[in-house]
Write a protein that binds this ligand. Structure first.
Ligand code: CP
Length: 309
């Protein structure tokens, strides 16, 4: 049983809750493998996807997760909503509450926006990415993929490489992986490494080789050009040359290491095309697992709502 009506981040989610979500996701994945796309778990509920930033994977998988479990599902694109007329986030949330919405999956450019919304609405708020803060369902699908492919999370060495400063994926993975007993090694240009991230449990490496050496998972991160204020690295080609993961580097990792990326990938910048498309890559499976994970989160939140609200 989850402990809250909302899922706003993995910093505040216990190891037991994470395992419960991953176990439920495995059940959902088994249903999907049998072609079951018309469940009744969420029958009689309504899900709104409220996205103030672009998305392909997250929004689509939340929408499909809701539909496959029998919810009524509606998308509110901020660009065409009353947000453009000056409505505040809280008033938007209260409007959705007045429409008897049960779940709001929200992406927002500002860190903390999902927590603010969650405190002001009756609906369950699921953070689909808030600024540079957290992206909990992405980290859950990453952990699900690691657990499925490698048999468990405890004791894994996970190398996270690239634009860590701007990455909500890196932070949610750090919180979740540490709780399940993995070790997280990070490497980035100094300008793209958050200050004092080691205090949150990361090992900060001084070279890419140190991060990848013996790693079970090699996770590249997208260069977030939209969050760059400029001047943090000289050019994309220079970034790719010095900080992109090259084919030969996989030889340093553990045998059978997973190549991961949350997407969307800037091909040839963060990872070479042959790593993206190669035999160690699980990038497409991460997307598939995202659907099962979001189905799991919605079904567990529904159980919480039925028992507690
Ligand atoms: N990984 C991820 O959040 O992708 P989208 O931006 O396409 O949702």
């Amino acid at each position: 049983m989850l402990r809250s009506k909302d899922l706003t981040g993995l910093y505040d989610t216990s190891a037991e809750e994470i395992v419960e979500i991953l176990d439920r996701a495995a059940e959902m994945k088994a249903l999907l493998a049998r072609g079951k796309k018309s469940g009744k778990t969420l029958a009689g509920t309504a899900l709104v996807t409220l996205f103030y930033e672009n998305s392909t994977r997250t929004r689509t998988s939340f929408e499909l997760a809701g539909k496959y479990l029998g919810a009524h599902e509606v998308n509110v694109a901020a660009a065409s909503s009353s947000v453009q007329k000056g409505e505040t986030l809280i008033d938007t949330g209260r409007t959705l509450d007045a429409l008897k919405v049960d779940f709001i999956a929200m992406r927002h450019p500002l860190a903390g926006a999902p927590v603010l919304l969650a405190k002001n609405v009756s609906a369950s708020v699921i953070n689909a990415g808030d600024g540079m803060n957290e992206h909990p369902t992405q980290a859950l699908l990453d952990m699900f993929t690691m657990r499925e492919k490698l048999g468990g999370i405890k004791g894994l060495k996970v190398a996270i490489l690239g634009d860590i400063k701007h990455s909500r994926v890196a932070k949610s993975n750090l919180f979740g992986l540490k709780k399940l007993g993995a070790e997280v090694y990070m490497y980035a240009p100094r300008t793209l490494m958050p200050a004092e991230i080691e205090k949150l449990g990361a090992h900060v490496c001084t070279s890419m080789e140190e991060a990848i050496d013996g790693a079970d998972c090699v996770m590249g991160l997208r260069i977030q050009l939209e969050r760059q204020k400029g001047g943090l690295f000289p050019s994309l080609s220079e970034y790719s040359r010095f900080y992109g993961v090259k084919d030969g580097m996989l030889a340093l990792a553990a045998k059978g290491a997973l190549v991961m990326h949350p997407g969307p990938v800037n091909r040839g910048i963060e990872l070479t095309p042959s790593l993206i498309d190669g035999g160690n890559s699980v990038i497409n499976e991460q997307v598939t697992n995202g659907l099962a994970v979001r189905m799991a989160v919605l079904s567990l939140l529904r159980e919480y709502r039925e028992k507690n609200l």
